[in-house]
Design a protein around this ligand. Sequence first.
Ligand SMILES: [Ca+2]
Ligand SMILES: [Ca+2]
Length: 503
Amino acid sequence: MNADYGGVVNSMKRLACIASGVILLLVLASCGGGGGGAISSDPADTSGTPPTGDTYPAQIDRTEVTQTGNVFYVDPATGAIGNSGSSSSPWNTLQAVIAANKIESQEPVSLPYTEGAALKAKNAGAPVRAGDTLVLRAGHHGSVDILRYFNAQHINVIAEPGATVSKLQVTGASKWRFKGLTVRPDAGNTSQYALVFLESHSWSGPTSDITIDDFNIYTVENAAVSWSTTDGTDWNTKSCNGIAAFGNNMTLRRNTLKNVNFGITVQGNYALVSGNTVENFAGDGMRGLGNDMFFEYNLVKNLYVVNDNHPDGFQSWSINDDPPRERVVLRGNTFINYTDPNQPFRGSLQGIGCFDGPYVDWIVENNVVITDHWHGISLYGARNSRIVNNTVIDLNAVSPGPPWIGFFNHKDGTPSSNCVIRNNIAHTITAGEGSVADHNYLIPSDSAYSTLFVDHQNFNLHLKAGAPAIDAGSASLAPVIDKDGHARPQGSAVDIGAYEYSP
Ligand SMILES: [Ca+2]
Ligand SMILES: [Ca+2]
C-alpha cells in the first residue's frame, strides 16, 4: 500500500469524473475500477469541496505544508547554534533553536491567557518570523517544547527524511504547520506521554490552528522484538499515546502511528483527520470529542488488549449531554480488529462505538469495519444522523459477533430521532426508535462472504461480480463517490456497501 501514490491517482480519477459532468455516463468505464485489492487510503485531494458536496468549514486548514517566507536550516550533523541559519551555515537542532530564542512570535501580555486577550511581541528581532520556514535536516532534533508562541502567520517546520525528535509538545500556541518528522521516545524512556501533544492550557492559553502531516510516530519500531509477546505488561506500561490534539482547528493528515496506546485523540472543534494509519494500539484507535470534525480515509488496525480499557476503533462521547457532539463526519475509514489471527493480546474491538450521546447531524458513510465484536457501528442517542453505504463483517464465525449497525436509545432512555440506516452491508441492522432502515443487505452467514466480496480473507471487500448488493441501493443520501473515490453510481444504480462495483 502506498498512500501517497494511491491518493494522487484516486484524486485524479475523481476530479476527472466530476469534471466530465454531463458526459459522466460516457466515461464510467475509465472512472470506475474495482480497485485491485489494496485497502484504500486517502483518495481526496486537499483543496476544493469535499466529495459528497458537504462543505468543509472555513476553520479547517487544508493547506499543504510548503516552504514560505524566509527559509532557515537546522542540521544536527553539521550545524551550530551560533551560525546564521542559512543552508551553508545551519543551526544544530530544533530544540536548540527554540531555546536560543531564534523565533519571533507573540505571547500573552498577562497570564492566565484566554483567547482574544492582548498579545505582545516575543523574541522581537529574532531571525525566524511569521510566515517563515524551518527545514530540519536528518538527525536528532531533541525534545521539543513550543510554549506560548501565537504566530501572526503560520510558521512551517518541514523535516527532511531522517529528522527525529523524542517529543513534540505545543502548548499555548497557534498557527504552526509541521511536516515529515519522526517522533519516538529516547531509549530507556519509561513515561507514557503523548508523542505529539498539542495542548490547550489553563495558564498558557489555548492551542489552535496546528497542522501535523506525514509524521512517523511510534513508541518502538517493532513491538514483537522490543516487548514481551506473552506478558502484556510491556504493552500496558510502555506504549505511549500517539497524537493528542486538544484545541480547535487541528489538521492531521497521512501520519503513521505504530505501537501506541491511544492512537489519535482530538478534543476541540473543526478538525480534519485524514489518511492516517494507526497500527498496533492498546487503547482506542481514534477519538473525536468536539464539533465539526472530519475523520476520513484513516486505517486503524491490530488491537492489543492489555488492560481494562474498552477499545474502540473510533469513539466519541458527550458528558452529561452538554455539549452534544455535532456535525461529525466519519467517511471512508477502515477498521480491522486484527490482521493476524495469531497476534498476541488480540482481543475484541468495538468498531465505531459511540455510547454516550447525543450525537447530532452525524454522517457515517463508506466505512469498512472488520471486527470480532457485536458493535460494528453503534450510536446511542443520535439526532438527524445517517449511516449510509458502510460494510461491516466479522473476522470469524464464532462469538463475539457478528457485528451489527444500529441506532439505539440514549442510555438515559431518550430515543434517537430522524436517523437513517441505508445501503449498508452487515449481518444485523438495528433501527431503534426514531430511525429507519432501508436498502441494506443482510449477510445471511459468514459463508456468504465469498459470494459477496473479492477476497475477504485479505480484507478486500470490493464487491464480486454477481454480488446481490450490486445496483441494489438507493440514491437518496448515498455519497456521490465510494470509498475509493470512484463515482456513484456505476451501472444501473447505487450499490450497497462501501465500494461501488465496476466490471
Ligand atoms: Ca466473531
Ligand atoms: Ca452500481
